[in-house]
Design a binder for this molecule. Structure first.
Ligand SMILES: [Zn+2]
Length: 938
């Protein structure tokens, strides 16, 4: 599997773990209370396996025959025969055509002498016609002597779980319908078959699949405005209309029956050529969604029946390839439209019902079923290609072999669970999952997915805390730095080794799933014990322990072990592995100047406050001369931020400098990885200077931005992709504030002007709230950075102008302390500022975060007589339909004496401000500082 660019990685992670089929499966797995072991057979079998195979074969025969007597004949002498008979009558069925029983897990029974009894978990897959049933049975098997032979018999039995809505679907070859203006509808979608033919695929409940042939038109008209904007970027119009000649649809039979009466379908004689065409379409699409990979127990394709709230349409179009519409009832954003071939998301939003019920703000982990409280990870990393002598040879994969064991402390949240899912890179093979409380656990992985589903032996109630230990191993590619400050992601730059320049460096962080973790990043404490080969060193999330070896010592015997403890919760755990050079700069200490008083707000469990930050810096050979200045700078920046917010979230910060062609950075909790730009080979184009976030007047900007993430992004998280601006906008604005403090107001205003220019240029691409989807349809990450970084920072700056410095900085502090070690949303930020400003800011945030576009203002001024002398009336009129709120500066120049600057809070359709004049006015300048995010006509 190739690792793609940052933005694409995001998509994969959130929506396309690999393919819609798998996304859909995942959705369904969440719905089904539990699913038994589906794919990878558990390899943690005891060395000497008891000879129970004949028992399994006999059991298979009994299940196939639906023969209770045969089942009873397999029970042991001391078995409870009534219980066995009851089990057989309930779980053996008539008319089974094929059965496969697959042993999954074996563990000795405690109360029996060793080798004489086992708990055996088996998967039972039975097929009857088009119906399939997958069950997990727990059997107690015991050894019995029968004459000279040793045989195995069942002492007890239970069914753990079952999926019985599997169907092997076919197109019905005996039914063909003529369609005349047939209309199929789902929310915001209609498929009209003006004239054509329809074939169906049925279960015993009715039609679940349709193939449409003929003259058709697809119409997609998303209700939310932001989505209309995305459709316009994609198709040129706010509603997407596409002609089709074939289409494939899946739905629940009830939904079909509901629409059927209005469809005007007339049954007609089956025409073989049309049936052939329809079958081709059916075969092409049936396996792409709602399908389970059961290849280890069956060679037929098995599908799930869509739920009542689900609808899927695959529409091949001539212009855009296949467009896939999905209504998937169990996702917070349940409507999506995308291009199947490129996987580009066109639309993704909550349905009308969801919009009403869940509101505008939801968290990505609202529906996860377990909370990870703590990680204890022991892992070794061996860079690939290192064991071979030629260090210069480019390894086939830029990554490491990882052998790990992770102990997770978990807590059930919400309803009782019988299974739960974790995320772990698919490259890492899991050998066992065990629990202190529950013993060895069944698990399964879906091919092509970074998921691991673990079954529990029974129902585990809400709030139960338990631990699991996952053992895993594999070769895993390292990820790119989270933030590459470049215009485009050019693949050639990914592979720094291709030019044999610089020191090799591996980062495993939020996008590599190098350890088993919650489905979405969330706060947890951690202990890491990481082993690397001689000469290499690891920097990771957490306080480095005093017992760690010297990070820079180049060669010593044997592997080196680095340990880290993260007592302050981190959103995700990261590791950087490289060879650092020796240097003499001592660690810096930053003391928190104004720690008290801290706002009295709810705190994340277990988190404490620190008054001191210890800064350590490390660099590879090329950057070693910068280590002194960079340590000093880092300390200065961190001291500034901690004074703004009155807090040091993580007590240590390791700044690492490593080599790359382009500037970039990543700032997980406790450390910062910075790329130091190294000279590029001739012929490689650079375009990063034209990037929205490249501020040539202030070279330390990247560093200041990355360090700000320790507070924004790490200490205060964001609760789903829409809210990324909270992290990037605040980090960007803090970096600008530092630049101002460090280098003066001119640099600050230069930076703001550049941010404003990019924000103005791209505001029509969509609201900040679309997060990473901005620029996604155009394949242009600069649009994302122009809006989620720069426009967001300008929005903060305008807010400051509107409510004043006191309320602004108090609001930031309030927001920070209230959401420290939690994931926040725009609503939380808004409410913190509203409390400090003493007024509603909903219009401000609605317009600037949730809407696209910019205000258009008409400015005029007039001088009027007033009781106390002359006044100037400054008048702003908003010309756009929607009213924005923003501050605009007006400069008054008098004929004599100093001028005057007035900040006008423009908040209404017409805003008039009266300013008493000190004398005759020579000039009135509006927005001379060029900081209003608006078109102003004057
Ligand atoms: Zn950032």
């Amino acid at each position: 599997m190739t690792r793609e660019t940052n933005e694409r990685q995001d998509l994969r992670t959130l929506f396309f773990p690999d393919h819609l089929i798998r996304t859909t499966i995942r959705v369904f797995l969440v719905v089904l209370v539990s699913v038994s072991a589906l794919v990878a057979p558990v390899s943690a079998q005891p060395a000497e396996e008891p000879a129970y195979r004949p028992l399994i074969e006999a059991l298979e025969q009994a299940v196939l025959a639906g023969d209770s007597a045969a089942f009873l004949s397999l029970t042991s002498a001391n078995a409870n025969r009534n219980a066995a008979a009851a089990f057989a009558s309930e779980h053996l069925y008539a008319n089974v055509e094929r059965t496969t029983i697959n042993p999954r897990f074996l563990s000795p029974i405690d109360d029996l002498p060793g080798g004489t009894g086992y708990d055996l978990t088996v998967e039972v897959f039975s097929e009857s016609g088009i119906r399939g049933r997958l069950e997990t049975w727990q059997l107690e098997i015991v050894r019995q002597e029968q004459g000279d032979d040793i045989i195995w018999r069942i002492r007890d039995q239970a069914r753990v779980d079952s999926i019985d809505n599997l169907r092997h679907l076919n197109l019905n070859s005996t039914k063909q319908y003529a369609a005349n203006n047939m209309v199929l509808v789902s929310e915001d979608l209609s498929l009209t078959l003006t004239e054509g033919t329809v074939f169906v695929s049925e279960t015993e409940l009715g039609v679940t699949g349709l193939v449409l042939l003929g003259e058709g038109v697809m119409n997609f008209t998303p209700q939310p405005e932001a989505e209309q904007g995305q459709v316009r970027i994609f198709s040129g119009k706010e509603a997407l209309t596409a002609k089709f000649e074939t289409a494939f649809v899946r739905m629940h039979p009830d939904l079909f029956n509901l629409q059927f009466s209005t469809m005007g379908l007339v049954e007609q004689t089956v025409e073989s050529d049309k049936l052939r065409d329809a079958t081709e379409i059916f075969d092409a699409f049936i396996g792409l969604s709602f399908a389970l990979d059961l290849s280890h127990v069956t060679d037929r394709l098995w599908s799930l029946v869509p739920g009542v709230g689900d609808f899927l349409a695959e529409v091949p179009t001539s212009r855009n390839g296949t467009l896939t519409y999905v209504l998937s009832g169990h996702q917070p954003e349940d409507i999506s439209l995308y291009e199947r071939e490129t996987r580009r998301i066109i639309s993704l939003y909550p349905s009308a019902r969801k919009r009403e019920v869940q509101g505008r703000y939801f968290g990505d982990s609202d529906n996860t079923r377990v909370d990870v409280l703590d990680y204890d990870i022991t892992a070794s990393f061996i860079p690939l290609g290192v064991s071979q002598q030629s260090i210069m040879a480019v390894p086939r994969l830029q990554g490491c072999r990882i052998v790990g064991s992770a102990r997770l402390a978990l807590r059930v949240k919400g309803l009782p669970i019988t299974s739960f899912s974790l995320r772990l890179a698919e490259e890492l093979e899991v050998s066992s999952v065990t629990s202190d409380e529950f013993g060895p656990l069944l698990f399964f992985r879906l091919t092509g997915q970074n998921n691991l589903t673990v079954n529990l032996p029974g129902e585990v109630p809400d709030s139960t805390e338990f631990t699991i230990t996952v053992s895993y191993e594999g070769e895993l590619p390292a990820q790119q730095l989270e933030e590459n400050w470049i215009a485009k992601n050019f693949r050639v730059w990914d592979n720094e080794r291709a030019y044999s320049l610089g020191q090799r460096r591996y980062i495993y962080s939020n996008r590599s799933y190098w350890y088993p973790q919650g489905l979405f990043s969330d706060y947890a404490t951690a202990t890491l014990e990481l082993t690397v080969p001689p000469g290499w060193a690891a920097v990771a999330s957490g306080n480095p322990l005093d017992t760690n070896p010297l990070i820079t010592r180049s060669m010593e015997d044997g592997p080196r072990q680095f340990s880290f403890v993260a007592l302050q919760p981190a959103r995700y755990l990261s590791v950087l592995i490289t060879r650092f050079s020796d240097h003499r700069s001592p660690a810096h200490q930053v003391r928190l100047a104004n720690a008290a008083p801290r706002p009295a707000v709810t705190q994340a469990e277990g988190a404490v406050f620190y008054d001191t930050l210890t800064i350590d810096a490390q660099a590879t050979e090329r950057s070693i001369e910068e280590i002194g200045p960079i340590t000093t700078k880092t300390a200065d920046i961190a001291a500034f931020y901690s004074s703004l917010l009155g807090d040091i979230p993580y007590p240590t910060l390791t700044m690492t400098l490593s080599d790359s062609f382009l500037p970039g950075g990543h700032s997980p909790a406790y450390f910062v990885a910075m790329n130091r730009e190294i000279p590029r080979p001739l012929g490689v184009l650079t375009s990063w200077q034209t990037d929205p976030v490249s501020f040539s007047t202030y070279p330390s900007f990247f560093l200041a931005h990355e360090i700000a993430h320790q507070w924004w992004g790490q200490a205060v998280g964001w609760k789903n992709y829409h809210e990324q601006w909270l992290s990037e906008g605040l980090a960007q604005y803090f970096a600008a504030l530092y630049a101002e403090r460090d280098d003066g107001p001119e640099v600050f205003s230069d930076i703001l002007h550049q941010m404003r220019r990019w924000a103005m240029q791209h505001s029509d691409e969509g609201p900040i709230y679309l997060g990473y989807r901005l620029g996604h349809l155009d394949g242009e990450p600069r649009i994302f950075r122009a809006l989620v970084y720069n426009k967001a920072a300008m929005v903060l700056h305008m807010l400051r102008g509107l409510i004043g410095d006191d309320a602004f900085f108090a609001g930031l502090k309030r927001f920070y302390h209230q959401w420290r070690f939690r994931k926040a949303g725009t609503d939380a930020l808004q409410s913190a500022f509203e409390i400090e400003a003493g007024r509603s800011l909903s219009r401000f945030f609605d317009r600037w975060i949730h809407d696209d576009g910019l205000p258009e203002l008409k400015f005029s001024s007039r001088v009027e007589d007033a009781a106390s002398g002359e006044e100037i009336v400054l008048r702003f009129e908003q010309l756009t339909e929607r009213i924005f709120e923003l501050p605009v500066t007006v400069n008054l120049t008098y004929r004599s004496g100093p001028g005057e600057t007035v900040v006008v809070p423009v908040t209404e359709r017409v805003t008039e401000v009266r300013v008493p004049l000190r004398g005759p006015v020579r000039r009135v300048d509006v927005d001379r500082d060029e900081l209003a995010l608006a078109e102003i006509d004057h």
